[in-house]
Ligand binder design. Structure first.
Ligand code: F0G
Length: 456
């Protein structure tokens, strides 16, 4: 290419206004929301980086596909398109649609986990952990040790610790029904997992007769990192790389609200006939018949197109670059982030940025409130409010206190990112004034969604 500027590889056909509020309004809105950003009204948010899940813009191709939705209860044409799209990428035998990722987790774990079991994973996402613990099983996080140091720069900081995986399988024969790898490692900073790591984990698991599953929400972003960072993959297409990733595993759960480019949807895909039958029985109980799994026919159409579009090279190049662009500005201005920038989000290291707030006062939560108060930006805490509460009722500080700025797909432009950077630099300049928070009231599980908080 003669020109170096990486552009958004689309033009905009439909717009949705966003609304400015004043700092005074936001002060009041925060108090009304009990200092929990999940409890804000979305219309009171200027730039919403709470999640990249289900918040993307669909393409004209997806919207056109939706008009073809076959709403038949059983055997709809749309299901077979969806199944083909998933099989083309994963090669997995049984494709079970679900309304989102956690439904796939619930059905899988409901079928195969029993109390006392252990599920190793590079890092469980919060719903994956909660669904494991709900079955009385242990969700064991074993990322490589470097994953806990935000400053270390490694190409594949999402890798699973292979020695720890082997040890877990040796020490717990019969109690590990499956192992998982999350690509990219969302809770660990959106960091990718290398092909070599997936291949080696697969070899270890299969030597112990333990099936390996991918939590593959962001498989296309992971494939792009393999293409650009791992030797031997530069000339392969993202689809070929994704196909190789899935060739090493026995199944996958996916929230298609991420790299499925849909506003809703997910799937469970697996090779084992008996497990698939059991999962389908549970699916019918709570989600729906196996050819729609809680989705409309038009959702399945949108996902079939989205799963193809997400692997386009110009999209992935723009996607990964737009996240790194913000990361580069923050890094050059001394704001500590999880290095290197991840696939779908920038994670600010709140412990590093706000050393005056002890971990017991939730520095990442406090920072996320400040970003809203000063700039109308909504982010999410990935720290001790999200992960500090243990199944036995005790508190254990999270390994890292992060504020995640997640980028919805194809939604914001470069000037939005420039605005974000300006707000972040301003908040950094007044950081000594940010106060910690305390929990006033919270449910025992997944407490971050609804906890009532107060400023200290
Ligand atoms: N696994 C991972 C790695 C995820 O990031 C998510 C969702 C899920 C499973 C559950 O999928 O929401 O469709 O039920 N992550 C979103 C986020 C919510 O904001 O990171 P779901």
């Amino acid at each position: 290419m003669k020109f170096k500027t990486i552009i958004e590889p689309f033009r905009i056909k439909m717009v949705e206004p966003i609304r400015q509020t004043t700092r005074e309004e936001r002060e009041r809105l925060l108090a009304e929301a009990h200092y929990n950003l999940f409890l804000l009204k979305a219309e009171d948010v200027l730039i919403d980086l709470l999640t990249d899940s289900g918040t993307g813009a669909m393409s004209s191709g997806q919207w056109a596909g939706m008009m073809l939705g076959d709403e038949s209860y059983a055997g709809a044409k749309s299901f077979y398109k969806f199944e083909t799209a998933v099989r083309t990428i994963t090669g997995l035998k049984h494709v079970i649609p679900t309304h989102q990722g956690r439904a796939a987790e619930r059905i899988l774990f409901g079928s195969v986990l029993k109390p006392g079991d252990i599920v190793p994973n590079n890092t469980h996402f919060d719903t994956t952990r909660a669904n494991t613990e709900y079955r009385g099983a242990t969700a064991l996080d074993i990322p490589i040790p470097e994953a806990h140091d935000p400053a270390i720069i490694l190409p594949f900081k999402g890798n699973i610790d292979l020695a720890a995986l082997e040890r877990t399988l040796v020490e717990n024969p019969g109690n590990v029904p499956l192992a998982m790898i999350t690509v990219t490692n969302n809770s660990g900073g959106g960091q990718p997992v290398s092909m070599a790591n997936i291949r080696a984990a697969s070899e270890i698991c299969h030597r112990h007769n333990v099936p390996l599953f991918l939590d593959c929400c962001r498989f296309a972003e992971n494939a792009w990192f393999i293409k650009t960072r791992e030797e031997g993959y530069a000339d392969k297409t993202p689809l070929e790389i994704a196909q190789e990733m899935f060739s090493y595993v026995d199944g996958a759960t996916m929230s298609a609200k991420k790299d499925g480019m849909g506003n809703i949807g997910g799937f469970l895909a697996l090779n084992d006939d008996a497990w698939a039958q059991e999962c389908k029985n549970l699916l019918i109980l709570t989600e729906g018949f196996p050819t729609y799994g809680g989705l409309a026919g038009y959702d399945l159409e949108a996902l079939a197109v989205g799963l193809e579009e997400v692997l386009h090279e110009d999209y992935l190049q723009y996607r990964i670059r737009s996240v790194a662009y913000l990361g580069d500005i923050l890094t050059s201005n001394g704001i500590p982030i999880v290095q290197p920038p991840g696939g779908h989000a920038i994670y600010i290291d709140a412990k590093g940025m706000l050393p005056h707030i002890p971990q017991s006062e939730y520095p990442a939560w406090a920072l996320s409130l400040a970003l809203y108060l000063e700039g109308g930006i909504r982010s999410v805490e990935i720290g001790s409010v999200m992960f500090g509460h243990q199944p036995d009722g005790s508190e254990k500080p999270a390994a890292m206190e992060l504020v995640r700025l997640a980028f919805p797909r194809r939604v914001y432009t470069q000037s939005h990112v420039d605005y974000l950077a300006e707000v972040l630099l301003y908040v950094n300049s007044i950081k000594e004034s940010i106060r910690g928070v305390r929990i006033v009231d919270a449910p025992p599980m997944l407490r971050h969604f609804s906890a009532k908080m107060a400023l200290i």
